[in-house]
Design a protein around this ligand. Sequence first.
Ligand SMILES: *Cc1c(COP(=O)(O)O)cnc(C)c1O
Length: 396
Amino acid sequence: MHIYADHAATTPTSPAAVQAMLAAMKDTWGNPSSLHTVGQQAAEALAGARARIAARLGCAPQEVIFTSGGTEADNQALRSAACQGAARGKKHIISTAFEHHAVLHTLDKLAAEGFEITLLPVGEKGLVTPDQLRDALRPDTCLVSIMYANNEIGTIQPIRELGAVCRAAGVVFHTDAVQAVGHLPINVAADNIDMLSLSAHKFGGPRGVGALYARKGLRLEPLLCGGAQERGRRAGTENLPGILGMTAALDEACGAMAEVTARLVPLRDELIAGLSQIPHGALNGDAVQRLPGNVSFCFEGIEGESLLLLLDDKGICASSGSACTSGSLDPSHVLLAIGRVHDVAHGSLRLTLGPDATREEVQYLINAVTDAVACLRGISPVWRDLQSGVRPYILP
Ligand SMILES: *Cc1c(COP(=O)(O)O)cnc(C)c1O
């Protein structure tokens, strides 16, 4: 059996997105800035896509700018709010310890430029509370950036309540919603969101394209110097095939969301229940406030990397955390943030199901992971020490 269970890293491009991209490359290949007919056809297609994305987010088309993906949208959101804050003498930013590196590394840069950063702890369930945020706000806070759903452990933050805290304090609220858009119902107005990042390839669109929503009145700082595209906020000839592919994928994902969620949640919970039978392992993050397709575990006495290789041999594509950190020996900052100690964090496994997942696949995953963990423990000196009592178990 072949199972792709790494949808949080990237998703297969949906046939509707491929079709929209092919049509764009064949029929609307013009430059939207050109005044002639071919250019204007492309400009119309671009405007249509913007309106459709805006409708899905619950905002106005002028509030959406297209970017090269989630990373760029995060960078631009944070830089823009920081710049506006600094102009008013406000240089304090609040975020969380388990953000994506696109946010955390941008914050590192801003810290080096003189901003003060508070990273809220996320607790052992991987959740931030409105009270925590309220307590951290200061008169000089210019920005709060909290991810909608975590890419490793799948936990969903109480975004609407967090946004309300920011609104009451008059502080700009950004959310990295890359894992949430197309998977969870989102409305930026109802959810009190001022800025939101999204990326096409996490919901069936192509890689290399995304968008940033910024509420009317918020000034966006361009990251690139060049032409006046995106009303001067994002220079460079628009990636129209990518944008149209993203739009088709988002329409499809949002249209199927209710049905997919209803199907995936029981499968996810079956997978969690099955893997919970493995002794000295534990689910990462809250069991309920989590993405419909996300299952994340730590197993004591094994290396996550070895587990991935064994699973790959059995036809399973999985991840030990985020794709960005695989290959490095540092344990995931997300798992450390929820209190996993280094040894335990190294034995991590993330399985993220796609909309077409089946019960047969879930059963296969449970059996394959159970066998692979037992196999690795059989040859692990750490496991031997745990079993003989030389070291104490950390997970029950
Ligand atoms: C994938 C991801 C990003 C980066 O998006 P790209 O389009 O790959 O640049 C940012 N944040 C989160 C939470 C992600 O999952």
